[in-house]
Design a protein around this ligand. Sequence first.
Ligand code: ADP
Length: 374
Amino acid sequence: MDSVSRASQGVELRGVEKRYGEVVAVRALDLEVRPGELMVLVGPSGCGKSTLLRLIAGLVEPTAGEVWIGGRRVDDVEPGARDVAMVFQSYALYPHMTVAGNLGFGLRVRGTPRIEIERRVTEAAEVLGLGELLSRRPGELSGGQRQRVALGRAMVRDPGVFLFDEPLSNLDAELRLRTRDEIAALHRRLGTTMIFVTHDQVEALSLGQRVAVMDRGRLQQVGTPEEVYRRPANLFVASFVGSPPINRIRLSRDEPGHLAGGPFALHAPSGVDRATLGVRPEDLVVAAGGDRDSMEAGTFHATVLRVEALGSEQRVHLDGPGDAAWVARASPALRVVRGDRVGVSVAWERSHLFGPDGRREEAVPRPMPHPGSR
Ligand code: ADP
């Protein structure tokens, strides 16, 4: 589809800040989105991701900092002249216009010649599988088809950057998955830069080539889905990304060189006297029986609170090791039931330590030999 795609643009934010009175929606934020990249901005509601997208679109003016698109500073450039097209959550199609009318509307407003409008509308409709529906009105379309029209409306503008503001959140679960795949396919086909906002971490990891995680107006980490999941930069990212969430326990120094908490005693990295240990549910191995005498360093005993059988896996809820319940992912073959006493070992090389400020400690947690059975 070379005729649809054009040079895609990189986007760069330099020290961008947005305040609404007392509220700081976005704080001193630097971010570079490469030309042709599919970047997902993700974070909990209110973290500033929509504001960030609007700053790029030009719908919101930064309080400080610079916005660059395609190597051009655009702070003073009108939204319509920024070479971006935005797809919103509420697709707001014109109900009295046909699909073709909706697709071409933006171009007509700009005074694009009719023949050119027709060509682009036909192309977009073909790419999005809307060819048969061009003469229908939005009321005669399914939710997914309407969402595709909204996408097509952005596509016909042939922008250097697509901006998506939670475009899937109005769709039901199945359609959400399908539309997500369609957007990924569209990205592969067009090769245009896309910046996609969502609060759903699963959506972010499955769609993004890179993911930018935000919390309270700050960028927490930018990386591939793998990096963000495997090497979370801080406790916030570790806890936000992953489902069920990462298991945590607080540790503090009990004697020089030790960090202890619950059943764990770890070698303390130098200078660390308080930390949080994070272990993903798949990095716990549950063994039925829990034989006390054969416990290796860093393993612990727990009682099974609940077992969720999910078909392809089981989730085993445990009464600890700290105050809070932990969850382990286990194979469906494991035979445990509520009330069982089990032995649990930890994949230490894939576990994480976070310092008192929440930042990741580079050192891999290392257990000390068991002082005695607990
Ligand atoms: P998200 O998209 O991550 O849910 P937003 O970017 O919409 O977050 O909002 C970030 C913060 O900025 C929130 O605290 C929100 O209440 C505030 N905010 C956003 N827009 C405005 C506005 N127009 N006026 C005042 N506060 C706003």
